[in-house]
Structures are given as structure tokens and as C-alpha cells.
Design a protein around this ligand. Sequence first.
Ligand SMILES: Cc1cc2nc3c(=O)[nH]c(=O)nc-3n(C[C@H](O)[C@H](O)[C@H](O)COP(=O)(O)OP(=O)(O)OC[C@H]3O[C@@H](n4cnc5c(N)ncnc54)[C@H](O)[C@@H]3O)c2cc1C
Length: 458
Amino acid sequence: MASSPARIFAELNAVRPPDQARPVMGTAVVVGGSVAGLLAARVLSDFAESVVIIDRDDLHATGARPGVPQGTQLHALLPGGFLQLEQLFPGFRDEAVQRGAIEAPPASRRNYLDGRMKVVVPDDADSLAGTRPFLEGLIRRRVLQLPNVKTVAARATGLVFDAAAATGVQVDVDGVPGIENADLVVDAMGRASRLSDWLAQAGWERPATRRMTVNLNYATAMFRRREANPEPALVLALHSPRVSSDVAGAAYFAVEGDRWMAMMAGYGDNRPGRTAEDFVRRMREQFPPEFGAVAGNELLGDVQTYHHADSRRRDFRALTRFPARLVSVGDAVASFNPVYGQGITAATLHAACLSTYLRSKPDLSEPAREFFALQEVVVDAAWSTSTSADLALPHVHGPYPRAYRLRSWVSGQIVAATVTDVAVARRFNKVVSMREHPNSLVTPGVILGALRANRRAR
Ligand SMILES: Cc1cc2nc3c(=O)[nH]c(=O)nc-3n(C[C@H](O)[C@H](O)[C@H](O)COP(=O)(O)OP(=O)(O)OC[C@H]3O[C@@H](n4cnc5c(N)ncnc54)[C@H](O)[C@@H]3O)c2cc1C
């Protein structure tokens, strides 16, 4: 590929849907109707005559659902993902706010690093706060309004192949087997996707899976909120691995339904929130005072916990034998330490990869290598952001990238400078919110700026 990763990343961020539909296939079948599958379906609605979304859950029901067990946990929508959603669904922000989402411009967000409040970056991008089922529901509503998209409630059990291509999906509908024929199959089955097994069973290569064990324990609880327009609306308190090896951090957001949603996370044996009392006590004792104030409100329901064992990615790009008419998106390809809130935003960029690939009028009888090459840029970027911090944790043992010690020192300087320096923080925010490629941080200007800021702060 001629272009640099940073340039491809910028082009993907700038992708817009075509003005008019440009069908290049009959039916596209998306397996998995969560965020990544819905976003792929939105893109495919412009390039396929019809789009079928298969999910084992009833996608017309509201609230948390079994197919997305992480749905009870706090989810941040990064500004990069928010911008992408507005491009895919014009008017998304207005509709979200009208339905109860809380706007979170920079002035209403507060960030702490190791207990020190960070400088506010004045013209940084906006975000929205809402529960995960609420955000997914907004996206789903818009996708299911598209006239050529329909859903099928079924469990996918395998793929159908001819000699060189995927031609359909085997399904089980209440014990009755069937097949959904497809001109393109999209795997959006999440991090437990069975695609690798199905490929191997049919005699194809299995993608290598890279894992980084993080052993992260999440806990999320809801509290009643009395303020209609709270300031701040969104507070994040992260602990850097160099300072704390077991407390990952905490956050709370104002969400729909006059509630606060609060989360905390710990590594290894640190398992917050096994009881409501434990959750409230830690909010009061381990984090800045406003966390204690939120925990002083009425607790609504139970504390929900979730164990996240590893960050993982499946390397489809490296496969030499791969069927045509098949791609994979979202957590099925790469899922990261959730503390960095990248999953939904990464899925919007995977959708941009799909749009770019289909716009190029590819030969669908060949494996989608151009798609996987674009997607690798997005996965590499998100992976490097999340794993560069995780590698500093004592219980994480690689794999280490080249020149790890130097990279780690540089990123430590940049992260420390975000507490006091607006220019460094602005550039850093663009990268962690996935609006810019991580390479944009590794410039002499940014590094020198960070060193100077840290010297001033000392
Ligand atoms: C604790 C935690 C916190 C997180 N916090 C954030 C955050 O703050 N911000 C953020 O952006 N991301 C966050 N994420 C990541 C985010 O949840 C995902 O990236 C996002 O949901 C996109 O996932 P997905 O659509 O690829 O897969 P999933 O959401 O996992 O969905 C997979 C879908 O596939 C369906 N499915 C699976 N197998 C089959 C089958 N055989 N047949 C039919 N259907 C099937 C399931 O029912 C489900 O609907 C977090 C993740 C975790 C675990």
C-alpha cells in the first residue's frame, strides 16, 4: 500500500456515505446485529440490493440483551465515533438528545490522571453519554428504518462455501435449520466469533489470534440523578500503570432516565463491586471527591460485574488462503482493554473501511484483501493505544513491540504532559478519541512540548 497509515486513517475518518445507492451485489448477510453489525449494515444498504442482519437475540426488544453481556457496563462514545455516527446518520445528535442522551462538550467533561485534574482542552470535540443499550438502540432504529434492511432472529451455525467463496450462512431458527444465501457475508459476532472454527472446519486457514492478558474486573452501578443539567456530566479518573498496578480507574456519566452510571475497574485480584457497600465505599475512598458525592445518591438496582480476560486480535490480513465474499468487523476482529473506550468507535471505522472497499467496485470473486489491509490500519492504531499503557502493568507479559522501552518512556512523558499542557492534551485527545493516527503524537514538536511541560510542572 502506497499511502502511510496516518494518511489512510485520516481518509477513513473523512468517509461519507455516497449521495446515491450504488449496488454492486444482490444480498449481503451480516451475522451479528450489535453495534459493528448494524454499522456494516448501514454501509451495505448503499451497496447491496438487500441486507439481512442475523442475530440470536430479538433485535426489536429494548434494554440489555443476552447476546451482548457487556451491555450492562458503562460505555463511552469517543468523540471520533460520535463524528462518524453523525456522518452515517445525519441528525443523530439531535435525535439522541431528544430521546434522553446527555451532551458532553469539553467544558462538561472532567478528567483525572492519578488523582490530578487535567487541563480542559477548550475546542476539543463533543461527545454524548447514554447507556450502551440506549446507544445501540439509537443506531438500530436508524438502520432498521432503511427500506432494504431486514432482521432474522436465528443462531448462525456455520457458513456455506463453494470452491472459492462464501455463499451463505447456515442458521438455526428454533431448532429448524436453514440457509441465508449471500453475495457477501459479514462476520460481526463479537469477540467470541466462531468464524475461525467455521473456516478451519471447511478446510480454510484459521487466522492467528494475538492475545494480551489484562485480567480486568469491571463493575457498574446506577444512581439516581437529581440535577437536570449536571456540571460536569462526565468524569473520568484513570490511574496509570506506573503509579497503580491494581486500580485501573473509575468514571461516571449522566445518562438517560435521570441516572448517573458509575463504573470502576481493577486488575488481577482487585475485584471492585462484589457488594453494593464495597462499590460505594471505593467510590468514596479511592477517587476524587465528586465520585463520593455521586455515590451518596440512591443506588438503583444491583452492581453489575464483568471480567475481561484479554485484549485480542485476529489476523485476517496474513492469511494466504481465504474465501472470497467474506469479511469480519468489530470485536470479532479486535477487542481491546475496555478502559480506553475504543470498541464502538473502532466499529465505525471498520464500517468506513467497508465503504471504501465497496466504493472501489472490487472484484467480489476475489478475497477482500483490500478491505483487510484498510482495517489493519485501524486495528493497529487502536491496539497500539490500548496496549502501550497495558504493557506497563506488572502482570502483563507482552508481546512487546519493537523499541518498547523507548516508546514507553516517550508515551509516559506525553501522558504526563496532558495534565498541564493544552497543546499536548489536544493532540493526545485526538489520538485517543480515534480522530488521528497515533503516529501524529510521535513528532519532535509534540515530544519536546511534553518534555518542556513536564519540566515546568516539576
Ligand atoms: C466491559 C466492557 C466495557 C466496554 N466499554 C466500552 C466503551 O466504553 N466504549 C466503547 O466504544 N466500547 C466499549 N466496549 C466494547 C464494545 O462493547 C464493543 O466494541 C461493541 O459492542 C462492538 O461490538 P460488536 O458489535 O463487534 O460485538 P458485540 O457487541 O459483542 O455483539 C455481537 C453480536 O453478535 C451476536 N451473535 C454472536 N454469535 C452469534 C451467532 N452464532 N448467531 C447469531 N448472532 C450471534 C450477538 O447476539 C451480538 O448481538 C466495552 C466492552 C466491554 C467488555
